[in-house]
Design a protein around this ligand. Structure first.
Ligand code: ADP
Ligand code: MG
Length: 267
């Protein structure tokens, strides 16, 4: 089943058309990454899916047509992390922020504390609950943002370049959590800058000027290195190396992991 369906979307800011007959279907349980140059329409697309920007075109999320009447239903099914982690938090402490999210969705107090405990254990942030946002490191902020996004058990998680600012190790941790949630059935739509973030995903699309330039399995898409370079999208070092080795007949397939690549070459 398609959990997101966008049919011939037309969207403009004043005279600037961002999308002109744009269509995209996302399957339930899919982990989709979206990349593309600045200004290609990634954030606009996310805002249209979440109902933050209005359109007359056919946009369907979890079977509901996105409009002001369905907005609460849609919000209950979606968790979002926006690009600026510092703007995410409104309350004094992490715990208050988690509670605030649930209060907005009309959960009862006992249910709120139960859900906070559950997500804190799952994401390993119990020790952060009483901290204020200013005390957190970048990676901790990202984990709390993830907790805020997932606390109401949404069907879809949407991430808009939120992991770009955190260090490699923290990012790997978060990606492992996402991988686990994806295996449990969560649909993930993540806008990414670094294509490495798509290695665990099912599908990668490349947007340019509001059009899909490439669409497929992440490693397949990365084989179109000339198109990506032309759009100014950098390939991960290990992928680029792997593509070259494949070109010279030294590898049968692209292996985006340097250690595995070396093992394969030695075989
Ligand atoms: P991306 O997230 O891929 O960088 P955006 O969706 O932010 O792209 O932007 C797509 C286009 O829409 C760009 O040309 C951008 O300048 C324009 N745009 C984005 N937000 C606004 C806005 N609030 N008002 C007017 N134009 C906007
Ligand atoms: Mg953006």
């Amino acid at each position: 089943m398609d959990i997101v369906k966008i049919d011939n979307l037309i969207f403009r800011y004043n005279d600037n058309y961002v999308f002109d007959k744009f269509s995209l279907d996302i399957k339930e349980g899919e982990w989709l990454c979206i990349s593309g140059p600045n200004g290609s329409g990634k954030s606009t697309l996310i805002k249209i899916i979440t109902g933050l920007l209005k359109t007359e075109s056919g946009v369907f999320v979890c079977g509901f047509r996105v409009n002001h009447r369905t907005l609460l239903n849609i919000r209950k099914n979606i968790g979002i992390i926006f690009d600026n982690l510092d703007n995410l938090f409104v309350c004094e402490t992490v715990e208050d922020d988690l509670a605030f999210t649930l209060e907005n969705l009309c959960y009862k107090p006992d249910e709120i504390s139960r859900k906070i405990r559950k997500i804190a254990i799952e994401l390993n942030i119990t020790n952060l609950l009483n901290k204020s946002i200013e005390e957190l490191s970048g990676g901790e902020k990202a984990k709390v943002a993830l907790a805020v996004a997932l606390i109401h058990n949404p069907k879809i998680l949407i991430i808009d370049e939120s992991l770009s600012m955190i260090d490699e190790e923290e990012r790997t941790n978060i990606l492992q959590v996402l991988n686990k949630k994806h295996k449990d059935g969560l649909t993930i739509i993540s806008v990414i800058h670094d294509l490495r973030e798509s290695f665990l995903a099912d599908r990668l699309i490349i947007l340019n000027n509001g059009e899909i330039m490439l669409d497929g399995k992440p490693l397949k898409v990365m084989e179109y290195d000339k198109i990506l370079n032309r759009l100014g999208i950098e390939l991960p070092f290990e992928t680029e190396l792997s593509i070259k080795l494949k070109l010279y007949g030294l590898l049968d397939e692209i292996i985006p992991d340097v250690e595995k690549m070396v093992d394969t070459l030695w075989q």
